[in-house]
Design a binder for this molecule. Structure first.
Ligand SMILES: [Zn+2]
Length: 335
């Protein structure tokens, strides 16, 4: 009896083991195939002129450095635009201490579409700009315009908001546009102050610990940072690949499928600490960073304008804003 019983149990265990390895493989494989076959939903048109205009308006306010008038005015303007575009807007007011001891008065702004839909995707960008041009060799203590590093991501988010608002057809998922503050007030490399851990991405750290809605969940997140420079290239960044490879694949496939293979390159890029790092680590929401990568490999990870006074409207391209904005809309409408 026993022997027979043992034999039966062994047979059962063997079949369970066989089934489990089989289902994960089969699941993945089949799912991928299904995605291939399904016709894509055509997303509404992303208007690059309008996105460009939003970038220029922010720069016209002046550098958006926390605790300054231009920063306050720009935040108010972003909130008013989002309300104009019919979003359900929430604002988080909070204070964080910077590496130099300054108390920063910050605001994260969250705009939601289809607020009652459970399946949600978040798309984020930082709206503040850097208080110093620490990578420039002139006027290092002066703030930068942040046309690309700050305004470009916000410009794309505002145009996505306007497009969803105007479109007959809304995306099937819930969409949360998150404007993080205090991303770029981090400790300069050559600072002679004591080293402060986690001095960047303060708004993302705060939001990840204090969501705008209790128990907020999203399927995944897409971060946009420096997405407006002429001829920008976007590679598959390390933290994004580590925490959210499936989402990277989804975005890169969409971008290549709708004609932006010049921008979305199947190239790996080293990991960087940006807002998405804390959303992955603390909020446990898989988040990808679409951020310009300098493919020439001459030492600069980002473009040659990074944290310099050349980060102004001269480098902003409607084509790049279009490639990123249309790709993100495509992903949202096909989720
Ligand atoms: Zn920056």
């Amino acid at each position: 009896m026993k022997n027979r019983m043992v034999l039966l149990i062994l047979l059962f265990l063997a079949s369970v083991a066989l089934h489990s390895c089989d289902s994960s493989d089969r699941g993945n494989g089949q799912q991928a195939k299904v995605e291939e076959a399904e016709p894509a939903v055509a997303a509404p048109d992303f208007n690059a002129d309008s996105a460009y205009h939003f970038v220029a308006e922010q720069v016209a306010f002046g550098p958006r450095v926390p605790n300054t008038g231009p920063h306050r005015a720009t935040g108010d303007w972003i909130i008013s635009k989002l309300r104009e575009y019919g979003a359900d807007v929430k604002v988080q007011n909070f204070q964080m201490e910077a590496y130099d001891g300054t108390t920063l008065n910050l605001r994260n702004i969250i705009a939601s579409y289809n607020p009652d839909v459970a399946k949600r995707v978040m798309v984020a960008a930082h709206w503040d700009t850097r208080h110093v041009a620490d990578r420039d060799d002139q006027n290092q203590d002066k703030p930068i315009d942040g046309a690309n590093d700050g305004a470009s991501g916000v410009g794309v988010l505002l145009e996505i908001a306007r497009t969803i608002h105007e479109a007959q057809e809304k995306p099937g998922v819930g969409v949360d546009l998150v404007f993080f503050d205090g991303e770029d007030y981090g400790q300069p490399d050559d600072s002679d102050l004591p080293y402060k851990e986690d001095s960047w991405a303060l708004g993302a750290q705060y939001w990840s610990k204090n969501k705008h809605k209790p128990n907020y969940r999203a399927q995944y997140g897409i971060l946009l940072d420096m997405v407006g420079a002429e001829n920008a290239k976007f590679a598959r960044e390390g933290i994004s690949m580590q925490y959210a490879k499936r989402v990277v694949d989804k975005i890169w496939k969409a971008g290549n499928r709708i004609g932006y293979s010049d921008y979305f390159r199947y190239v790996k890029a080293p990991a960087i600490t940006d807002d998405h790092y804390y959303v992955n680590e603390i909020a446990k929401i898989p988040m990808v960073d679409i951020i310009e990568y300098n493919m020439s490999g001459n030492g600069d990870y980002f473009g040659p304008y990074h944290h310099r006074h050349t980060d102004n409207m001269d480098i902003i391209s409607k084509n790049t804003l279009k490639a990123v904005g249309q790709t993100v809309l495509h992903v949202l409408y096909n989720e």
